[in-house]
Design a binder for this molecule. Structure first.
Ligand SMILES: [Mg+2]
Length: 423
């Protein structure tokens, strides 16, 4: 049998674990696009990458704790404006209609007594890691699926009729050790166990014995991995429940790999096991949303600031990306993007040089930018033949310099050294 363990409203619950005064009241954790990186003063940014798995994207943070006013409130020309979105809400807040991804200002209108706390990613990462280690002690095969979700395989370890009791015990122990509420789904397969957790929530344990009977009436959008695109496709075939998927074997098999995989997962015939080791990251990216900016110099400066953060992550991961991607979103849904494959040894100078060229190529003069996205992918190593030999000597020098900068930044914070195009 498989278990799927999911922490109930994780960030909100984590705050309660630290401050019990938050229990029993409507409360939520909120966050806003971290725009501190664009400040010109030193803010001593660090990268949180200690959660070694590839399942959680790295987060930049500063040690300084902020109050609600400091973090969420902007005062422009005397007008107080609450910014940011809800990332996790307690069930008391949800009862008022508060949802994840809702603007905080709107959530506070629905639930004026709600307490909103700025997110503390460091705390969440630490708790998540501790919980993972705890779970490894209890279950021989554990997979960390996301920051607050785990899969466990109990076959050959706990007899089937005892699995429910085992899960109840685990839930109790996690509550005692970590003050965290979890819900647990139990099923003969992984993805059905994950689905069962949704039925178990909040703070429940739910076991699926008969997969066919269980899935029959469940709407397709509940199933993990059926995104908006797939939903549209299924609706076009008048498929709205998982039970109806089961009836359409032929159709799904005609959709090749993604169709077949989905069909097997939904019907519990995928035979997928626990992945205890995750494949490394395939790309490294960062994006930022902000108030409209029209000055091309400022847009370019922000791209360079974000580039420095990418460089830091790349060097930290010890990879050599060869594809660079840049996207600029302007007001009113206008966007431009560009990607370059550069078969050279990665360095800050090379990367920023290419970004400048890419920016000049795609920039729309006179439009106001609202979002920037930078991404690097296609990792190779220095020894592969694909790297341009002509430039290799020169690239080695700049790569070496980037390594030196990395040492400094690791010690003194990411913003100890900036390049001229960021100033
Ligand atoms: Mg959760």
């Amino acid at each position: 049998m498989f278990l799927h363990i999911d922490i109930d409203s994780f960030f909100a619950s984590a705050e309660r674990a630290v401050d019990p005064a938050l229990c029993g009241i409507p409360m939520a954790v909120g966050s806003r696009s971290n725009l501190e990186i664009f400040e010109r003063d030193r803010i001593d940014t660090k990268l949180m990458n200690d959660n070694s798995g590839a399942f959680v994207s790295p987060v930049f943070y500063t040690e300084r704790q902020k109050s609600f006013e400091e973090y969420f409130v902007d005062t422009l020309r005397g007008e107080r404006k609450i910014r940011g979105i809800i990332t996790s809400a307690s069930y008391e807040a949800r009862a008022c209609g508060v949802k994840t991804a809702m603007p905080i200002a709107q959530a506070l209108q629905l639930c004026p007594s709600m307490v909103v706390i700025p997110s503390h990613y460091r705390l969440y990462h630490t708790l998540s890691q501790q919980l993972y280690r705890f779970m490894q002690q209890k279950i021989p095969l554990v997979e960390q699926y996301s920051i607050d979700e785990f899969f466990g395989d109990l076959s050959g370890w706990i007899e089937e009729e005892r699995v429910h009791d085992f899960a109840m015990g685990l839930q109790k122990e996690i509550r005692e050790h970590f003050s965290l509420p979890v819900s647990i789904g139990i099923a003969p397969t992984k993805w059905i166990a994950k689905l069962a957790t949704e039925t178990a929530k909040p703070y429940g344990v739910f076991e699926v014995k008969d997969i066919d009977a269980y899935i029959e009436k469940i709407p397709i959008e509940k199933f993990p991995g059926i995104g908006k695109g797939f939903q549209k496709r299924l609706k076009a075939h008048y498929i709205s429940t998982l039970g109806e998927i089961k009836e359409q074997r032929k159709l799904f098999y005609s959709w090749k790999k993604p169709g077949i995989q989905l069909y097997k997962r939904v019907t519990g015939t995928d035979g997928e096991g626990i992945e205890t080791v995750r494949g490394g990251r395939k790309s490294i990216g960062i994006s930022r949303t902000f108030d409209p900016i029209s000055e091309p110099e400022e847009i370019k400066r922000r791209i360079m600031v974000m580039a420095r953060h990418i460089v830091y992550m790349v060097m930290d991961a010890g990879v050599n990306p060869t594809t660079y991607y840049l996207k600029i979103n302007y007001e009113y849904g206008v966007k431009v993007k560009c990607s370059e494959t550069v078969d050279r040894l990665f360095s800050e100078f090379l990367y920023k040089h290419y970004l400048e060229m890419m920016y000049e190529k795609i920039v729309l003069k006179g439009k106001r930018a609202v979002k920037l996205t930078l991404n690097v992918s296609n990792f190779t190593c220095e020894h592969t033949k694909t790297l341009s030999l002509l430039a290799l000597d020169q690239d080695r020098d700049t790569h070496y310099l980037t390594e030196e900068l990395q040492v400094l930044r690791k010690r003194f914070g990411l913003d100890i050294v900036k390049t001229a195009n960021e100033l």
